[in-house]
Ligand binder design. Structure first.
Ligand code: HEC
Length: 201
């Protein structure tokens, strides 16, 4: 009786445990845990994302332009894209439409680029033109986000900057143009570098 028990235990162990050449014991009945970036296990499910999958999602652009892709567009290219993909919601010149006002100027108003419909527009409120690229690439057009090519996003940025009188009609917009552009609202924002504690109110 006792011998039979030991035998079945030995068979059970042989079925699921093997010892590799290095002497490490590996359990063949469960998949090897996948190591996370910090060395942690994944509880045996999921898989490590491929470099291609990470690259497809890693598209954020910093205020200084870090992360901007190659590409360029003229204002004319951009206005064509704007009319085809954006005007239905933001108005033919960015000053109206059912959704956010993107551009505009109240005659005689000392606060430039605002409109009666919206006091905040790209021209008077956005501190960095690079954020325009980041936002449009991820979120617009609202009904088909992610559908624009990088060149088309540069075009949309060029059109909005032009409609806000921030680039000339013959401008070519690329990563250097938008990273180097000092937006009218740049100094209306300060970096929030509070460390916590009593500085937080
Ligand atoms: C189907 C309607 C629709 C279309 C088409 C559309 N948008 Fe928008 N857009 C919106 C809505 C709605 C918001 C506000 C989103 C929010 O607040 O989360 C918005 C917000 C924005 C903003 C931010 C404005 C601000 O000051 O906060 C920008 C910039 C913008 N859109 C650009 C574009 C561009 C460029 C296109 C064309 C490529 C486009 N949109 C096409 C509906 C649309």
């Amino acid at each position: 009786m006792r011998a039979t028990l030991w035998l079945s235990l030995a068979v059970a162990l042989t079925a699921c445990v093997s010892i590799d050449e290095s002497g490490d014991v590996a359990d063949s009945s469960t998949p090897a845990p996948i190591e996370g970036p910090g060395g942690g296990g994944s509880f045996g499910f999921g898989r490590t994302a491929s470099a291609q999958e990470i690259a497809a999602l890693d598209i954020d652009v910093g205020p200084d332009g870090a992360g901007l892709p190659a590409g360029r567009a003229t204002v004319d290219d951009g206005l064509a894209i704007y009319q085809a993909r954006c005007a239905v919601c933001h108005g033919v010149d960015g000053t109206g439409g059912p959704n956010d006002v993107l551009a505009g100027r109240i005659p005689g108003d000392g606060f430039p680029f605002a409109t009666e419909a919206a006091r905040s527009t790209v021209g008077n409120y956005w501190p960095y033109a690079t954020t325009l690229f980041d936002y449009i690439r991820k979120a617009m057009p609202f009904d088909a986000p992610g559908s624009l090519t990088d060149e088309e996003v540069y075009g949309a940025v060029a059109a909005i900057l032009y409609l806000n009188e921030l680039v000339a009609a013959d401008a070519v917009v690329d990563s250097a143009t938008i990273a180097g552009l000092v937006m009218p609202a740049r100094d209306r924002f300060v970096p929030d570098d509070r460390a916590g504690g009593p500085t937080i109110r």
